[in-house]
Design a protein around this ligand. Structure first.
Ligand code: HEM
Ligand code: SF4
Ligand code: SF4
Length: 505
């Protein structure tokens, strides 16, 4: 069932990916930066919100007028800030939704990686409450509707003894205290919780990408500025508790549940919302996924150089004082509860070298289910017929499927980051194959840094790097486009085969 839903999610994301590629080619593709884009939009909301705060009156009578002033009198700055505030808030909902669907479709939320997923749910609630309380502050007819419907929702929770909806029966009952409370929640309380929530969400990840590429920030900000100039955010008619609003323009990003309160009842809406949230919260255990063994350290081969810890995307390795009396000062220690079994640490370990005898090939750190020995054996088998091109492809990638289907020599790896550069040296210097192709999920790397570290090691920007004697032009990389097209791979493969043929002539 989960696999079916994930495949549906991938299919749904396909057209979105293709569409976005138009405006954002290469690494700036928004689908590869949904988490950091959400943070960027939160910044825009915060900064524009600070400007609005300077002019906002936290009183029943002053709130509407102060926003009208900003929108009409100070349209060139206050008006634009207000529109940016609204559009960035809407964009935030879109990126969060896509972020959830994308992480689900890539299966990066189960097993040891449940933490980021489950801590994401409170973030969604916070963002919605922030948005809804923001609409309340405008005190126009939409705010009136939001205030009354929200109160009905809150009154349905048995812990509140005083009925909140009674506050909104007529203007004379409504107090400024509500506005101060709402303003505090919207402007101070919730933003503080949100910042803490985001920190918690990413704190188990090494080097979380919290900033999108500059081109993406500039592009999205520009788009929102244009939108703000063309379609500025306006208030609806001033709230009047004596009159029921006749027509309302709902913000469907934030208020889509509100019509349900009228159609069903507040109680059923709570059942729906808590039910969906709980279901998503426990999704990592429905089912929990096939357990993988964590990486293991072999102290006889570990010199404590720290490269594995630097490269681990999940902060699962600590470098601690030596415990076995060897002359080295430090040793690597893996926390099995954090290890996502990606093998990237093996690719970083200088002792993982295939030039050692097969039986002696026990690196400082290894992945039991796909060991350094297994990798060497797979290379030897795949190159038995001396193929022109030997490919390495990630498990589950469309590239691996294409290479296998077309009978190409390929070695399957958990992640390309698992391949120590010495293995590529081995293939090429021993002429097991003329060219090497590294391919897989790439910019969409399921283990976050597999592509980055592979590229940096091969281009000699990161240790352990490819030895100079290996002609880097004999190695090519073809990473998946975010919509899983193998077009790039086919092109790269054909080019390598042509080069190998020319070199042989
Ligand atoms: C305000 C809302 C959110 C923000 C700002 C946010 C931000 C981020 C960031 C910055 C990352 C790290 C990306 C990287 O460096 O690879 C991330 C990862 C992740 N997020 Fe979110 N996120 C939000 C909501 C959510 C929600 C609602 C969910 C799911 C229910 C979720 C699930 C995940 C998962 C599964 C990962 C990846 C962890 C991994 O690769 O192991 N996030 N998020
Ligand atoms: S396999 Fe290695 S790099 Fe990957 S999470 Fe585990 S310890 Fe970190
Ligand atoms: S990279 Fe290898 S040798 Fe270096 S600390 Fe990690 S396990 Fe030990």
């Amino acid at each position: 069932m989960t696999a079916l839903l994930q495949s549906i999610a991938r299919r749904l994301l396909g057209p979105v990916n293709r569409f976005l590629r138009w405006g954002f080619p290469g690494d700036s593709h928004p689908m590869n930066h949904l988490g950091s884009l959400s943070i960027f939009f939160s910044w825009i909301v915060l900064i524009s919100g600070l400007w609005l705060l300077i002019f906002f009156h936290t009183s029943v009578n002053g709130a509407f007028d102060s926003l009208e002033y900003l929108t009409h009198e100070q349209w060139y700055l206050g008006g634009i800030m207000r529109s940016l505030h609204r559009y960035a808030s809407d964009a935030l909902i879109v990126t969060i939704l896509l972020h959830i669907v994308r992480e689900f479709s890539r299966d990066t939320y189960r097993l040891k990686r449940w933490f980021s997923w489950s801590t994401g749910i409170p973030l969604v609630w916070m963002v919605f409450v922030l948005g809804i309380s923001g609409y309340w502050l405008v005190w126009d007819e939409l705010a009136q509707y939001v205030a009354i419907t929200s109160s009905e929702l809150l009154d349905a929770i048995p812990i509140f003894t005083n009925k909140m909806a009674a506050n909104f029966l007529m203007d004379s009952v409504l107090s400024d205290r509500f506005f101060t409370l709402m303003a505090f929640l919207h402007l101070i309380g919730l933003p503080i919780f949100l910042v803490f929530g985001i920190w918690l969400h990413v704190f188990r990840l090494t080097g979380p990408r919290i900033n999108p590429p500059k081109s993406l920030m500039a592009g999205t900000l520009l788009a929102m500025l244009v939108l703000s100039l063309l379609f500025p955010a306006y208030s609806q008619e001033k709230a009047n508790l004596g009159l029921a609003p006749q027509t309302l323009e709902l913000d469907w990003f934030y208020l889509h549940v509100y019509p349900l309160v009228e159609i069903w009842s507040p109680g059923w809406v709570w059942v729906l919302l808590t039910g969906i949230s709980l279901l998503i919260f426990v999704a990592p255990w429905l089912p929990p996924g096939k357990a993988q063994q964590p990486a293991i350290v072999d102290l006889d081969n570990c010199n404590g150089c720290q490269r594995c810890a630097d490269d681990c995307p999940y902060g699962a390795i600590e470098i601690l004082p030596r415990t076995d009396g060897k002359r080295y000062k430090h040793e690597a220690v893996v926390d099995p509860d954090l290890c996502a079994s990606c093998g990237i640490c093996v690719g970083a370990c200088p002792t993982a070298t295939p030039f050692r005898r097969q039986a002696a090939l026990i690196p400082g750190i290894d992945l039991p289910q796909s060991s350094a020995q297994d990798l060497k054996k797979a290379i030897v088998e795949a190159t038995a017929t001396k193929p022109k091109v030997l490919s390495f492809a990630c498990t589950g990638s469309s590239e691996l499927a294409w290479l296998k289907k077309n009978g190409k020599a390929v070695v399957e790896v958990v992640c390309t980051g698992q391949i120590p550069p010495s293995y590529l040296d081995y293939v090429l210097s021993r002429n097991l194959s003329d060219r090497v192709l590294l391919t897989g999920c790439g910019g969409d790397c399921r283990f976050r840094f597999g592509m980055d570290w592979t590229e940096q090691r091969i281009t000699r920007q990161r240790d352990p790097n490819l030895r100079r004697r290996v002609g880097a032009r004999r190695i090519a990389m073809a990473w998946s486009e975010p919509w899983c097209s193998v077009g790039g791979l086919k092109q790269q493969f054909a080019l390598l085969e042509k080069q190998a043929t020319e070199a042989a002539e």
